[in-house]
Design a protein around this ligand. Structure first.
Ligand code: GLU
Length: 412
């Protein structure tokens, strides 16, 4: 993955949406520029006493429709360009789902697997302190992303609150339940991917019951998508982690139980396969749920799935996308397919603001309702404008941000 690719992809998708919506060159200038970009040095005292410096980022791509919103990624390859691209995607995702947010993303260029728990805590707290002036429940609300989870959110919430002098749960989402987290947030992205899969199959007249699925990635998104899909009656035939794929397991539950005790996916009866072999399996649905650039001009020609549901952010390059479209594969784009996470983050923020907490059913019903509305809008736009689902999703998201810009006007 090159530095430019994620940003190039995001900009080319934006250019297509701007052109198809007939927006002006002035609007393109406004929409293609991040509002606020912050790079910070994050010093870490290692357990052995050495001090190391890490690069941290926070990009507030847009605040036009509300406070900016988006995850914090800990990954060695994260850089400013990729953070801008991911913050841009968050902007269109929040607008597509009609959440009252702009878009943001942040992160630290670090491999969290190389950190002890207390090093991870020190790094998270120092990063929070460095970006403190620009975050807040009415400004910019971070959340988990690749390489971070609820423990990082607890430390971020505590660091912000200690500095404020009182508890501010609404400054981050994806927190532990006891700190003001929401029921259903942990599984939300995977649950949304499962809803997207079901609806995409129905749109293609394929019965979801018994439909076959391959999932690339067995982390926060892939695992919970697998659980939800299995509960819906689909058959998960293969999953993968960073070490490659496995097939032949009896159920996701059995595979997960094995993983918890042995820390690998080699459950009894399973067979190994490469990541590439997993992508090319003869299945109904392929779910890329790992990192960017999984489906490229190189890997797309061998894909045999009828439907691709993007659990990850930006897993498909424009070349990969073109190949899938030529083959007639239905692609449910990331900003729709994985929007369940930020939708339940929104519920969490609303609950924190009101100090009134919902039961699990209320979360589930509202998540389903918002996703189904976005889904129908994308489907209708794709049909009426004769565009792909990705183009339709971007047109809806970008169009709403452009309209908000127009109505607010340009200051001064
Ligand atoms: N990191 C997730 C995403 O990419 C969730 C962001 C959020 O909840 O704010 O959508």
């Amino acid at each position: 993955m090159t530095t430019e690719s994620a940003l190039d992809t995001a900009l080319s998708q934006l250019r297509t949406a701007v052109t198809k919506l007939g927006l002006s060159e002035n609007e393109w200038q406004t929409l293609s520029t991040p509002r606020r970009v912050l790079e910070v040095a994050v010093p870490l005292r290692r357990d052995n006493g050495n001090v190391e410096m890490y690069k941290g980022f926070r990009v507030q791509y847009s605040t036009t429709r509300g406070p900016s919103k988006g995850g914090v990624r800990f990954h060695p390859d994260i850089n400013m360009e990729e953070t801008i691209a991911l913050a841009m995607l968050m902007t269109w995702k929040c607008a597509l789902t009609n959440l009252p947010y702009g878009g943001a993303k942040g992160g630290i260029a670090v491999d969290p697997a190389t950190l002890s728990l207390v090093e991870n805590e020190r790094l998270t707290r120092r990063y929070t302190s460095e970006i403190l002036p620009i975050i807040g429940p009415d400004r910019d609300i971070p959340a988990p992303d690749v390489g971070t989870d609820e423990k990082n959110m607890a430390w971020m919430m505590d660091t912000y609150s200690v500095n404020a002098g009182f508890s501010v749960p609404g400054v981050v989402t994806g927190k532990p339940i006891v700190l003001g987290g929401s029921l259903g947030r942990t599984s939300a992205t995977g649950d949304g991917v499962a809803i997207s899969t079901r609806e995409a199959l129905l749109a293609r007249n394929i019965n979801p019951l018994g439909a076959t699925v391959a999932i690339q990635g067995f982390g926060k998104v892939g695992y919970w998508a697998a659980v939800a899909l299995e509960n819906m009656g689909l058959k998960i035939v293969a999953v993968s982690d960073v070490h490659g794929g496995v097939t032949g397991f009896a159920s996701i539950k059995e595979l997960w139980d094995h993983f918890l005790t042995h820390n690998n996916l080699d459950a009894p009866g399973t067979e190994r396969m490469t990541n590439e072999e997993l992508l090319h399996l003869d299945v109904d649905v392929l779910i890329p749920a790992a990192l960017a650039d999984a489906i490229t001009g190189h890997s797309a020609p061998g894909i045999r799935a009828k439907v691709v549901v993007e659990g990850a952010n930006a897993p498909t390059t424009p070349e990969g996308d073109a190949v899938l479209n030529d083959k007639g594969v239905l692609v449910v784009p990331d900003i729709l397919a994985n929007s369940g996470g930020v939708i339940v983050s929104y519920f969490e923020w609303v609950q924190d603001k009101q100090n009134y907490f919902w039961d699990a059913d209320e979360v589930k019903v509202n998540l389903n309702q918002i996703m189904m509305r976005a889904f129908r809008e994308v489907e209708e736009t794709a049909t009426s404008r004769k565009v792909t689902w990705r183009e339709a999703a971007h047109m809806l998201g970008v169009g709403r941000v452009a309209e908000a810009h127009r109505l607010r006007g340009l200051y001064p």
